[in-house]
Design a protein around this ligand. Structure first.
Ligand SMILES: [Zn+2]
Length: 569
């Protein structure tokens, strides 16, 4: 690894040495050479990072791995600072000048374009510097304070007559518990603890929102608070407005789902505490080798190319599925460089969830491999398209299993899993984004913390209608959602990604064969163009409400299948 580090240092010095050569009228070949160097640096960094991450996550208790990973993170921050001058220079060019250099840059074009998106909202270098410096101890410090306050919370929950002291992550598991009282107790304990600090957390939120408003709308000239995020995602404002409208119109679909779930749980009406409750009594398990075969079978019905790519991951031993002590519990697929087969990490325990996770992560890996002809700067897809293959592969698996196993309990578990997941990823997140829209407006108008809680509970009332019993303890749930504080409007990307895939899946069901090459083309584009243009080239119009509605139609079919299964309680 020292070798890679030395090589990186040489490359970074090479980038630094071009500082004086940068000029609007510089030769195109000179310019492309610089980008080549930046691309090489990013490959080397990615190798160091990938190695560090995998080593650390393989055993989080390994002190050498911890130290090494810390060093890599520092190296990355240093790299960013040392090459910042290039980014600033590139952003500072006039459109005409940038156009000439960009059009000579081949596969780097979209990366260069994306860097310049913020140009109209960029201030002078001196102003940007002041904002950067002030942000560290301003909004960033406020968010750190939020983290410091909430990360020390300990939650007490009585389980089997014994009081357990839990972290938030551990507490969250109990909202799925089959025990009716335990689910309610888990939520009540969550709110009891957060409510003690709700005023102060709410105040932090107000400061953050005022800062967001005065910087982005006041100084930079963005049209609305959400427009800042839309630009970062490179998705036009009207597409997101449209997406959220379609979600709102389909709120009744999940209301219907909650009514059905109540019947499965033997209740007259669901409480808000019960929406994630599991209906499964026993869980079927799958051997690892059977799981791998099932992946291949599910992908084969779509395209043999996908099977070939998935096999590459196994053939090169790039999937670590073992359960080990000290191994980080999450799952991911890591694509280090375009030419390297991605690595997958999960802790396979044989449950249906583990099967779905494997399909999901293989989807990410297939996505990266299909886009491997791009360079290191454009091969990763951007946030709105990041889940296009992962969720699709999960859908392929679900459909394969539904077709293969007629056992009503298996069918029920598969469909409930799909609906629970769709609720949490689509509807909950879309309503979160709508809350944020109102909250940003209200804070600007001088709303108090209580006013915000009122906005929040009204948002929930609209979302659930009379489908469940909503108690007043949920009114301050918003202070417990870190994304609201950390990355305003980030949440809609979850709804966007998932609904996009469902809509694509609906097109696949309608069109069959002719859909396949268009879909594979979307994946092969990686991050080489804007999300809207990549989809447009594949004949998909995300501006149309019908497209998004297609996603809900898939869910409606799943719900109908679920409703047709005879209830066993
Ligand atoms: Zn994913």
């Amino acid at each position: 690894m020292q070798e890679t580090r030395d090589q990186l240092e040489d490359v970074v010095q090479k980038i630094e040495s071009v500082r004086d050569k940068l000029a609007p009228d510089m030769a195109e070949e000179e310019f492309v050479k610089i980008i080549d160097t930046i691309e090489l640096a990013s490959r080397l960094l990615s190798r160091l990072f990938g190695y560090g991450l995998m080593r650390f996550y393989a055993d989080t208790q390994d002190q050498n791995a911890q130290t090494y990973f810390g060093q890599v993170q520092q190296l990355m921050a240093e790299f960013e600072n040392r090459t910042l001058f290039f980014m600033l220079w590139w952003k500072s060019l006039e459109d005409e000048q940038a156009k000439r250099l960009k059009s000579a840059s081949g596969d780097y074009q979209y990366w260069l374009e994306a860097v310049r998106l913020e140009k109209p909202y960029t201030l002078s270098e001196a102003e940007e510097k002041v904002i950067n410096i002030k942000d560290v101890n301003g909004p960033k410090a406020l968010y750190n304070l939020y983290e410091s306050i909430t990360n020390r919370y300990i939650f007490n929950l009585e389980v089997d007559g014994e009081i357990k002291k839990l972290t938030r992550g551990e507490l969250a598991i109990y909202v799925r518990n089959p025990d009716h009282d335990l689910r309610a107790a888990a939520y009540q304990e969550l709110f009891r603890v957060y409510d003690q600090d709700a005023t102060i957390l709410g105040q932090i939120y107000q400061y953050l929102l005022r800062d967001w408003h005065s910087e982005n709308l006041g100084l930079r000239g963005y049209a609305s608070p959400i427009a800042v995020r839309n630009l970062a995602n490179d998705v036009p404002d009207e597409i997101i407005d449209n997406l959220l409208d379609v979600c709102r119109k389909n709120a009744s679909l999940f209301q219907r789902f909650f009514r059905l779930k109540a019947r499965w749980l033997g209740m007259d009406q669901l409480r808000r505490y019960d929406i994630y409750a599991t209906v499964a009594k026993t869980e079927k398990t799958y051997d690892y080798s059977d799981a791998v075969q099932m992946m291949f079978e599910s992908f084969r019905q779509f395209d043999p190319k996908m099977v070939k790519l998935a096999k590459r991951v196994f053939d090169e031993h790039h999937l670590d599925g073992e359960v080990r002590k000290g191994k980080q519990s999450g799952a991911f697929s890591l694509s280090v460089e375009p030419d390297l087969t991605p690595w997958i990490k999960q802790s396979y325990q044989g449950r249906l969830d583990d099967l779905a996770t494997m399909a999901h992560e293989l989807g990410h890996a297939i996505h990266a491999m299909l886009a491997e002809h791009h360079n290191a700067l454009t091969h990763h897809s951007s946030l709105p398209l990041a889940e296009t293959a992962s969720t699709f592969c999960e859908m392929l698996l679900t459909d394969h299993l539904l077709a293969k196993d007629p056992d009503p309990e298996v069918q029920r578990d598969l469909l409930f899993r799909q609906m629970d997941d769709a609720y949490a990823t689509i509807m909950r997140q879309a309503y979160f984004a709508m809350f944020e829209r109102s909250a940003h407006e209200k804070v600007h108008e001088g709303a108090s913390v209580d006013d915000m809680s009122q906005v929040y509970i009204e948002n929930l009332q609209e979302q659930f209608g009379d489908s469940l019993e909503l108690t007043d303890d949920f009114r301050q749930e918003w202070v417990a959602i870190p994304h609201f504080f950390d990355r305003p409007f980030y949440v809609y990307a979850y709804a966007f990604g998932q609904l996009l895939v469902l809509s694509l899946y609906q097109q696949y069901l309608e069109e069959g064969e002719s859909f396949k090459p268009r879909y594979l083309e979307i994946l092969a584009a990686g991050g080489s163009d804007s999300p809207a243009r990549i989809l447009e080239r594949a004949g998909i119009d995300i501006r149309s409400a019908d497209f998004w509605q297609g996603g809900f139609d898939v869910l409606k079919t799943s719900l109908e299948r679920l409703e047709a299964i005879e209830i066993i309680t």
